[in-house]
Design a protein around this ligand. Sequence first.
Ligand SMILES: [Zn+2]
Length: 242
Amino acid sequence: MMKRGLKEVIDDAREKGVNKIITIGVDLESCKKNIAIAKRFDNVYTAIGFHPHDSKKMKEEEISLLEEMLTYSKNVAIGEIGLDFYYNHSNPEIQKEAFRKQLDLANKYDLPIIIHDRDAHQDTVKILAEKARGKKVVLHCFSGDIHMAKWCVEEGFYFGIGGVITFKNAHILSKVVQEIPLESILLETDSPYLTPHPFRGKPNEPQYIPLIAEKIAQLKGKTVRDIAQISTENAFQVFGLS
Ligand SMILES: [Zn+2]
């Protein structure tokens, strides 16, 4: 398959009503690349951070470079940061240390936080309770259970809902989405992964976001328009966009 150009991807998204895009980093290289993209396209913003997989790369020098990038004018969040005990590409203790350090940076620069949590719910909740109370927190591709979801709602945290909600086996997530208030839902791609049905197998793109809105509309008994409007307002609120 031909690789699609960025301009094409962004134009197709816009045609489907997806106007503002946040591109998220996982390490210094990807963050640098994302800043270049945000400089090229008006409607693209960045989130800057070290993914748990890449925690082991986060040394003194990297942290100061990270801090520089966090203050970039179109950077709207720190992320994705958190814990991934499924792959354990970095040692769990190193992951926790990098997570805590980056939460301190979120506080220092007063930035919203985008969380990656895979098979690490207990420690994620523990560290968030320690360092992120009262902050704007988005749990990206939320994979916790109802119990954890309720705790997050009480804390005023937000839920990033992506393509998984369109999968046939998304029983727990469907229950979670029915349970949580619409005011806490954001839509996301996790591009190029987790492409929504019926495009599973293809690289994910922002133009597929309306498929996620459709599924949430069904689950919530709302119109797609309602979901689009409310989730956009939520995102603007979290990331200080308008
Ligand atoms: Zn992630």
